[in-house]
Design a protein around this ligand. Sequence first.
Ligand SMILES: [Zn+2]
Length: 237
Amino acid sequence: MTIQGNANTPRKLLAVFAHPDDETFICGGTFAKYAAEGVEMTLVSATRGEMGRRMGNPPYLNRETMAAAREQELREACACLGIGNLIFFDIRDKTVEFEDERSLEGRIEALIRDIAPDVVLTFHERYGGHPDHCAIGKATTAAFWRSARKGALYFITFGDAMERPERYGYKRKDVVKIDVQAYQSAKLAAFRAHRCQTEIDEWVWLADNEALSRFGRHEYFLKGDVQAAQRANTDLF
Ligand SMILES: [Zn+2]
């Protein structure tokens, strides 16, 4: 059994993602769950998502105004999900893969050493689904290995793809499946906070019970290191 933190030493989670909305759309229920359990959470958004294709519905943003709008939306989403600490790396959207790798890894490694998180979350460097996702996942994974790595590393995954992990070369034992049913309202609030990205999705704005029914009950993570491998399959800690 993993030794849990007590009231004097709160458990800590560091998530290193690419864009505003990654945290909500991919694993918002998990953040809300751990916030409710008193976990201290830090989110890095490498960019402000200013190259996003969705510009409101009807469109009211442009490339100049989008970064500030999405930053504000992410702040609101973090409040919905209980993420207390938000950091931007100020990298231009869609250019994370062109950053100097060593320097990016160094920034993330410094954060890991400073925060000493029990859990590090990032994208899988191959299954990230977007070049920025893969690049921030690769840098975070390298930074994790360069750090003292006291915590455990996990990769976020999309939807229920990890119900069939063998398709990606993994086994069921490599997957953490978290029940987030009790936290769907917070997740929906965070979806709505990302207004310029979700306005076009009619289901998000249906009556709460209708919208909530669209969410899957579980969120899935891949274990990324030996520490994670030793932990349960229903909890990141
Ligand atoms: Zn993204």
